[in-house]
Design a protein around this ligand. Structure first.
Ligand code: HSE
Length: 440
């Protein structure tokens, strides 16, 4: 047995949690697995972060180079996020023969192909369990446990902040702005909530999970992205009456035509397991052709849940290292093998809420606009609330193409009787999620 040394760059919420978990499990790792795992050094901008997790004296540094250049360190744990200097940290760590463990979804969502390629060339690994759905061990499951499957669908609540906001809006009938402000006050949402509420964070995670699931490259920029700012209490109430719950889902499907990769508010049947996932919790629903439907539930953020995933990656490397063996080099990065379908190529039913002048004849041109776009309507509901002489009317369409819906939206916006296209929300056809599962 030899000691396996790690260096943690970033000792904030997650990095501090990793240091504490490794320390508190140290004796058990030795006793149960014969693995002596040691946090050799930690790096942060100020000493207080190190002191908070027991990294002091020579073990503490403010310069990440001290960690990537330390010949005793086997594994570099990067938990500072962002593109720079994270990229430089990986490059230097790989060049020095060190493995990297990270939770950096933004960086990997865009550049994993290049970075994993560098790791492979250097004969080391780049591991990222914590980068998708935090504490949920779904990357490990997709990379190993599901190998008997062709993965057909990933559909996940991959962002806790937006799930917290939507859950509270649903429970309380409150509006987005009020709940967001309260979530910021309580620390559930960042002061700048853009990455979460506009879907950037979920898009990175969808890209990472789609790439791993379908063995092709899907980058964050390939993922269609729409956030939750436009969702109102009214939308949620109408959806509920129709038997749907609105969730911000990351959806990736491996279809015969290509890969679907999208993040948007989605109406799913309230009876679906994902609809029951509330508060800041995450869930990833995975369909494989052999296994059928599975679902992974857990905390997608927070110090110890995220640190739990990071430590799992560290441990996977420490097992061979402690025996004096070299972990396998990074697998060959996936190429862009499958086309990613542009959103215009997809189709589904839509919920369309319009603010319409409450006047004789206002509805006729609206119905005509749908017809001219080739969209068939399955339901119309006029809501009772009326302000400024306008009322909300909700249309549910039959399945229509995204391209036709875009045309209809433009035509509706231009109608004089339409005050506003208040919202267009996709109604997911969940029967498609299990298309291709083997019959038993
Ligand atoms: N901000 C993310 C969330 C957690 O709200 O789920 C980190 O990805």
């Amino acid at each position: 047995m030899r000691t396996v040394n790690i260096g943690i760059i970033g000792l904030g919420t997650v990095g501090g949690g990793v240091a504490r978990l490794v320390l508190s499990h140290h004796d058990d790792y030795v006793a149960s697995y014969g693995i002596d795992l040691n946090v050799k050094r930690g790096c942060a901008l100020d000493t207080a972060a190190g002191e908070a997790c027991g990294i002091t004296g020579d073990a503490f540094t403010t310069d990440w180079r001290d960690i990537v250049n330390d010949p005793d360190i086997d594994i570099v744990v990067e938990l500072i996020g962002g593109e720079h200097p994270a990229t430089e940290i990986y490059e230097a760590a790989f060049a020095n023969g060190k493995h990297v463990v990270t939770a950096n979804k933004a960086l990997l969502g865009r550049h994993v192909e290049r970075l994993a390629g560098l790791a492979r060339e250097a004969g080391v690994q780049l591991r990222c369990e914590a980068a998708a759905a935090g504490g949920i061990p779904v990357v490990e499951a997709l990379e190993h446990s599901f190998m008997g499957n062709r993965i057909l669908t990933i559909a996940g609540i991959m962002n806790g902040t937006t799930n917290y906001i939507l859950s509270r809006m649903t429970a309380e009938g409150s509006n987005f702005a009020d709940v967001l402000a309260d979530a910021q006050r309580l620390g559930y949402a960042e002061a700048d909530p853009t990455a979460d509420v506009d879907g950037f964070d979920a898009a990175s995670k969808t890209a990472i999970l789609a790439s791993i699931s379908f063995h092709t490259r899907v980058t964050t920029d390939d993922v269609y992205q729409q956030g939750i700012r436009k969702i109102s209490a009214e939308d949620i109430a109408v959806a509920r009456e129709l038997g749907y719950t609105i969730k911000l889902l990351g959806i990736a499907r491996n279809t015969p035509e290509g890969v679907e990769a999208r993040v948007h508010p989605t109406m799913i049947p309230s009876t679906h397991q994902l609809a029951a996932v509330s508060g800041a919790m995450n869930a990833v629903y995975v369909v494989g052709d052999a296994v059928g439907e599975t679902m992974f539930y857990g905390a997608g953020a927070g110090s110890f849940p995220t640190a739990s995933a990071v430590v799992g990656d560290i441990f996977a490397l420490a097992e061979p290292l402690s025996r004096g063996e070299k972990p396998l080099a990074e697998a060959k990065p996936y190429d862009h093998v499958l086309p990613v379908l542009p959103i215009e190529k997809l189709s589904n039913s839509f919920y369309v809420r319009l603010r319409i002048a409450d006047e004789v004849g206002a509805l006729a041109p609206v119905v005509a606009a749908f017809a001219e776009a080739g969209i068939s309507i399955s339901q119309i509901n006029q809501l009772e609330t009326e302000t400024d002489g306008a009322c909300s009317v909700v249309f549910i369409t039959h399945e229509a193409s995204e391209a036709d819906m875009e045309k209809a939206e433009a035509a509706l916006t231009a109608l004089p009787g339409v005050r506003e296209v208040a919202n267009v929300i996709r109604i997911e056809n969940i029967a498609r999620w299990t298309e291709g599962v083997f019959a038993n």
